[in-house]
Design a protein around this ligand. Sequence first.
Ligand code: TC6
Ligand code: FAD
Length: 663
Amino acid sequence: MEGVDHLAHERNRAQFDVDEMKIVWAGSRHAYEVSDRMSRLVANDPAFRKDNRAQLTRKELFKNTLRKATYAWKRILELKLSEEEAGRLRFFVDEPAFTDLHWGMFVPFLKGQGTEEQLQKWLPLANRLQIIGCYAQTELGHGSNVQGLETTATFDPKTDEFVIHSPTLTSSKWWPGGLGKVSTHAIVFSRLITDGQDYGVHGFLVQIRSLNDHSVLPGITIGDIGMKFGNGAYNTMDNGVMHFDHFRIPRDQLLTRISQVTREGKYVQSDAPRQLVYGTMVFVRKAIVIDASSALSRAVCIATRYSAVRRQFGSQDGVETQVINYKTQQSRLFPLLASAYAFRFVGEWLQWLYTDVTQRLAASDFSTLPEAHACTAGLKSITTAATADGIEECRKLCGGHGYLCSSGLPELFAVYVPACTYEGDNVVLLLQVARFLVKTMSQLASGKKPVGTAAYMGRLQHLMESSCKVQKAEDWLNPSVVLEVFEARSARMSVECAKRLGEFTNQEEGFQELSPSLVEAAAAYCQLIIVSKYIEKLQGDIPGKGIKEQLQILCSIYALYTLHKHKGDFLSTSTITPKQASLADDQLRSLYSQVRPNAIALVDAFNYTDHYLGSILGRYDGNVYPNLYDEAWKDPLNDSAIPDGYHEYIKPLLKQQLRNARL
Ligand SMILES: CCC/C=C/C(=O)SCCNC(=O)CCNC(=O)[C@H](O)C(C)(C)COP(=O)([O-])OP(=O)([O-])OC[C@H]1O[C@@H](n2cnc3c(N)ncnc32)[C@H](O)[C@@H]1OP(=O)([O-])[O-]
Ligand SMILES: Cc1cc2nc3c(=O)[nH]c(=O)nc-3n(C[C@H](O)[C@H](O)[C@H](O)COP(=O)(O)OP(=O)(O)OC[C@H]3O[C@@H](n4cnc5c(N)ncnc54)[C@H](O)[C@@H]3O)c2cc1C
């Protein structure tokens, strides 16, 4: 029945103002209005249709992406959209494209590393898409180990040029999005060599294709690296390979905000730390945390709506039970719903932290850079891992139908999972957090006071000795009790690692040996940040009927579910007792019951259009079955009753079987 809201009954049960929650989710009324307008603009424009993606060949898919990306740009110009509006429009187009790397990495790198003259020359071209850029850092042989990159940029004082060269096969650039077929320019990470000395990896701006006929410039070889995981999915992107053969660029295309090479070939470094060359990665990792909340909320929205529509077993009053009413379904689904909200809020905080560190850097204050690096790296790692697992869990929560492309979940999973790898492999990044923790601990001994997210380490003595106050299940609703438990677990895991590291004479060897435990300690620190930032959010003014109550319930679910999942950590560090762990589980069950009547409204608050969700199971109106049925008939296999290949293969086979049977 089209036009009927099959989930209206569910919506009427909500105990809070869903419109107000939409604003909390978006971050502000302004952000909500922009998102709402842009999502509808995309949804109502047939040029942005995406329901046929799974049927296209790679070439068709790619061409279609070029069409959409250039059409989106045309609309952005016609409608004179602001930078924020344009960003939201691209988000809702929901198709990885070269523009992601142009706006997401190339332009930020230029802005971060270019001098005033360089910006004046290049930024207007990039801003008007008169040049298209990508970010060429990773090579065939090295991705995680940035200092191990092999491409060289050797200064030639005779011609005042850098000679970019790929000395080995493994030095070929490999993976950059937008490189394979589209970009005209690239930020190329290369080892700067001058006067016979190697100064390590730097970013160079290199034109790679002709602006006249798009041919690859002589001295450079470029191609696409081939099909990736999942049909459709990330194959809309031309991840590329690039090899240089002594390709020359002018000296002023070294992006030189932090280091320069003089006309004579002298290397001059500013006071800024060399890690600033990694700045764009920090910028993108921060954005990936908010993206995680978007991807997870999208999967949760689909699974929650479908769980309210789907009925199996347990006939009550002649109707079967909605699967959302099963406690097991709730215990798998609601923690993911809570995580989506938790990642949203920690993402907002991370944005604040990033803005703060950027302002400090501008004033040559580098003191908060290590914390910003640890937080962006760690939270990127924790939230993407949980989101990738969460999307797959949502697929299973939708039973068999979740495996259909029309559920939207297979493609979402395939597009999302590389987030665990790109912008830093999740384990490699957690090891960075572990190094930060070990360093912070060692500085405690020398009297340095930890600040920011590590400030709790300043109360180490107390956290090592404190005992959890929980005596009954409701005590777990007390935010200060929860916070202290997460702080104590994190502190005790870090202390244990530091103690064991101290048993090694060679620190680096000890770090390698203990790295699995160090990664767990790093994860505990990141989970503490997520819990503490959620609690902090709730301490602020949050208007709207029932909003704070719902957010409080979800905060407790996130914290207690995390505690449940990592019970081993909390018990082995004696932070809680087995009895207290069991009381936390009791409290969780009660919280799930409180979420149940609000579940549909809580996913409505994400304000996703049916176009963006791209899922029959997640339709706003819940009218799943007729649409699923109709969708099946649209598959090209159903164009004719007799499939191609019948006469060639099946008919002779059946005939043969018939003959054999007669013999
Ligand atoms: C969206 C889809 C598109 C995808 C695009 C991509 O994937 S693009 C490709 C994405 N590719 C990747 O993401 C590659 C991932 N790999 C890396 O980022 C780096 O190679 C590394 C961080 C693993 C190691 O770094 P390293 O070789 O320099 O060695 P080290 O460990 O000895 O560290 C030395 C010091 O530097 C510090 N520090 C490090 N990073 C930062 C930072 N960003 N900021 C500030 N500081 C930082 C660190 O804390 C340490 O400080 P300490 O102790 O001396 O005070
Ligand atoms: C879809 C996609 C898009 C991408 N886009 C771009 C782009 O636009 N530009 C660009 O430059 N790059 C891009 N990349 C590359 C990406 O950044 C790298 O793949 C990523 O940083 C991981 O590096 P790697 O491939 O070298 O993994 P590896 O480091 O080889 O990882 C292999 C395994 O080794 C482990 N490992 C590695 N080092 C350590 C260590 N020190 N300790 C313990 N374990 C370790 C890892 O945990 C992992 O399990 C993209 C990648 C993907 C998948």
